[in-house]
Ligand binder design. Structure first.
Ligand code: EPU
Length: 294
């Protein structure tokens, strides 16, 4: 019996996590918890800290591979209203960490604000976007961030200004237990121009990425000055399959998971891609997706 048992109403034990991820792979969470309010989240975080139980925050599961064995400790989903508000005040947009980035983009565009439309088509929640400084060719979220609110592992809430967040290519240095919300600084723009840019990005993305297949987006980060997709493609790996996992024919940095795929197969395919690309190009690819599990 631990203090975690007092959160029975918001807890599912041994809950399969595959349905919560885009890859639809992986085993269960020991505890899956969905706090309804910030106060409840404080309780869960403090209890986990005192009981020495690891805590993982699950966003939209779009950039995540969970091992087949599952994951011990607490997995938290921030889906209630407290964590999914969007507030627009002049050129400032504040969004809860559990909000889908796509929703924040739509709200900003509707309010005639420019900046965020460059991230059109990027999946995931605001919390995930900030942690991994998501982006693409047209920009990243980091430069748009003014500050974030976080919760420490002892349950205190703090505001951290952007300059302390250490944004780099697909990374930040945020080590708080939980990101609660982010405040972005956008600019007023011409709504027609913003919508045009948004549409153009979408069309380009749809033409070059297998968006209708089951995947986690790009698997590897781009090495400095290079494209991981092009390197994998040039190494002749498009269409390579292990079990029911397959390197996309459309974009080689995407792995498609078919019906009977397992995390073990996907991990083997990742290893194969890495070693072939290293043999062929002498470049070691770094993972962009996160891997959870024991
Ligand atoms: N290319 C190939 N073969 C392939 C894939 C790409 O030759 O199989 C070539 C393309 O022709 C192009 C170059 O590689 O000349 C770059 O490809 P692309 O324009 O598709 O961009 P990318 O660098 O592969 C990045 C992000 C994407 C983002 C796009 C568009 C990374 C790792 N990837 O892809 O982000 O959507 O730019 O902005 O930074 C993601 O992070 O999950 C993701 C998909």
């Amino acid at each position: 019996m631990t203090c975690l048992d007092s959160f029975a109403e918001i807890t599912r034990r041994d809950e399969p996590l595959a349905p919560y991820t885009w890859l639809k792979l992986g085993g269960p969470a020991q505890y899956l918890m969905e706090p309804r309010t910030t106060e409840e989240l404080v309780g869960v975080i403090k209890c986990a800290h005192e009981s020495n139980v690891p805590v993982h925050i699950l966003g939209d599961g779009s950039n995540l591979l969970i091992r087949d064995e599952g994951i011990s400790g607490v997995v938290i989903r921030l889906v209630s209203g407290d964590f999914s508000n969007i507030e627009v005040k002049g050129e400032q947009v504040t969004a809860g960490a559990g909000t889908l980035l796509s929703h924040v983009i739509s709200r900003s565009v509707a309010a005639g604000l420019t900046g965020l439309e460059t991230l059109a088509g990027i999946p995931g929640t605001v919390g995930g976007a900030i942690t991994g400084n998501v982006g693409g060719k047209s920009g990243e979220i980091g430069p748009l961030v003014e500050s974030i609110d976080v919760m420490t592992s002892t349950g205190e809430i703090e505001t951290i200004p952007a300059e302390l967040l250490g944004f780099g290519y697909r990374k930040s240095n945020i080590d708080a237990a939980v990101i609660l919300s982010a405040t972005l600084k956008l600019r007023e723009g011409d709504p027609n121009e913003i919508t045009k840019r948004l549409r153009k990005l979408w069309i380009m993305k749809r033409a070059s990425q297998p968006l209708s297949s089951q995947s986690a987006g790009c698997i590897f980060k781009n090495p400095p000055g290079l494209s991981a997709g092009a390197l994998i493609d040039q190494a002749g790996l498009k269409g390579t399959r292990i079990g029911d996992c397959e390197v996309s024919d459309l974009h080689a940095n995407f792995i498609i998971t078919h019906e009977n795929a397992t995390s073990a197969d996907l991990l083997r395919l990742i290893d194969l891609i890495r070693s072939k690309v290293e043999d062929y190009h002498g470049v070691r690819l770094e993972l962009e997706i996160k891997i959870w599990g024991n």
